[in-house]
Design a protein around this ligand. Structure first.
Ligand code: PLP
Length: 396
């Protein structure tokens, strides 16, 4: 009964489910606290107190039929104006509500913009390692994902390989900074280079290429590192933002797209994206959450908690002989597998009750992703197990 297009998705999903089931199986045998599950990107830091307060306040103070009602498919104007104002204060931009389209999280934002711009056969470039759902999102609209291979020395984009992949079929380029799974942040210089290449290629090909900046981890950056705002570098940029990680609200499904005035045909794109939001079945972003983010537009999650996790895990694993680029953002470590087949390495980790995700899941074999959005205590408890894995490989 199911479509040919769905079949590979179903097959892939069983691998994720298998890992989930494996975690449950190990927990039943060894006890939950003795299984070290580093596989998920589900924030363990609770949503800021003001978010929960805002939910109560919205329900107490705003009219029920309004809070739970339909609004414009692009979202409440006052919410969008507030978000635009906050971005302008922080990044020196000049957005207004007409640039902000409320979405059902980043996953939906990406789908909305890809549906808006892709024709069948159009190519979308992504830099490996990347969030594997990008391929599914692009294929939803019969586009083709083109992958720039990773530069594993520092996981910064390989500019020559990037430029070589741009051609007349290229419609968009996805970047994700701070990055899942590497934690790498693109610097001012890196963004200048990407913008320079895109501008050159646009002129050469006489076509527009959209830079799609997927930013669920924007607020999660450490050591004072700057996460530059991408619309300030390249006119044909669309930003895809989410509150899933920044306010620990992944289940609430709230985010937005920024479609700047500078984007070619900006108003038409905005109008089309609003329709895409509707016809994809989202209709509009969750109303209650829109009202809440208006009240919490400058609320912050406890980044220091993730930073503490990062430091403990990074310093311990490198001390045990594992090799890894120190992440500057997000909440993942991307660790080099001590043997070529990282799936075998994941198997050895599992023997020590450690669950990590193979790099193949990010189009980057030979590495594994360790999510440190877990409790500090879980990391502490897991260290002897990591040490035993290191000993297995003769690293210590
Ligand atoms: N993009 C990246 C890079 C992610 O890591 C995730 C979630 O983990 C998403 C998009 C989807 O986020 P959302 O919950 O906002 O749909």
């Amino acid at each position: 009964m199911i479509s040919e297009k769905m079949k590979p998705l179903v097959q892939n999903n069983s691998a994720i489910r298998e890992m989930f089931e494996e975690g449950k199986r190990l927990a039943a045998i060894y006890g939950r606290e003795n299984v070290y599950d580093f596989s998920l990107g589900n924030p363990n830091v609770p949503a800021p107190a003001e978010v929960n307060q805002a939910i109560r306040d919205v329900l107490d103070e705003e009219e029920s039929t309004f809070v739970h009602g339909y609004m414009s498919n692009s979202g409440y104007e006052d919410v969008r104006e507030t978000i635009a104002g906050s971005l302008n204060r922080r990044f020196g931009t000049a957005f207004h509500q007409g640039n902000i389209l409320m979405t059902v999280g980043a996953a939906s934002g990406m789908n909305v913009i890809l549906k808006t711009i892709l024709n069948p056969g159009d190519q979308v470039i992504a830099f490996a390692p990347y969030f594997l759902e990008y391929g599914n999102y692009v294929r939803n609209y019969d586009g083709e994902l083109v992958i720039v291979p990773p530069d594993t020395t520092d996981f910064q984009p390989d500019m020559a390989a990037f430029e070589a992949r741009i051609n007349k079929k290229t419609k968009a380029v996805i970047i994700n900074t701070p990055n899942n799974p590497t934690g790498v942040v693109y610097s001012h210089e890196t963004l200048c280079e990407i913008a320079g290449i895109l501008e050159k290629k646009q002129a050469e090909l006489g076509a527009s290429i959209v830079l799609l900046s997927d930013e669920p981890y924007r607020e999660l950056a450490y050591d004072g590192v700057e996460v530059p705002y991408v619309t300030n570098y390249y006119a044909n940029t669309v930003v895809c933002y989410s509150y899933s990680k920044s306010l620990s609200l992944p289940g609430e499904r709230i985010g937005y797209l920024v479609i700047p005035d500078e984007l070619e045909d900006s108003q038409t794109v905005f109008a089309a994206a609003t329709i895409a939001n509707r016809v994809l079945g989202c209709v509009n972003a969750p109303s209650l959450m829109q009202r809440v983010v208006k009240r919490c537009v400058d609320a912050k999650t406890d980044v220091a908690a993730y930073d503490r996790n990062r430091n403990l895990l990074y310093s311990s694993l490198t001390e045990y002989g594992f090799s890894c680029v120190k992440p500057q953002g997000a909440f993942y470590l991307f660790v080099k597998s001590p043997e070529e087949d990282e799936k075998a390495f994941c198997g050895i980790c599992k023997q020590h009750n450690i669950l990590v995700v193979p790099g193949t899941s990010f189009a980057c074999p030979g590495y594994v992703r360790i999510s440190y959005c877990v409790s500090y205590e879980q990391i502490e408890r897991s260290l002897p197990a990591f040490k035993a894995v290191a000993a297995h490989y003769g690293l210590i």
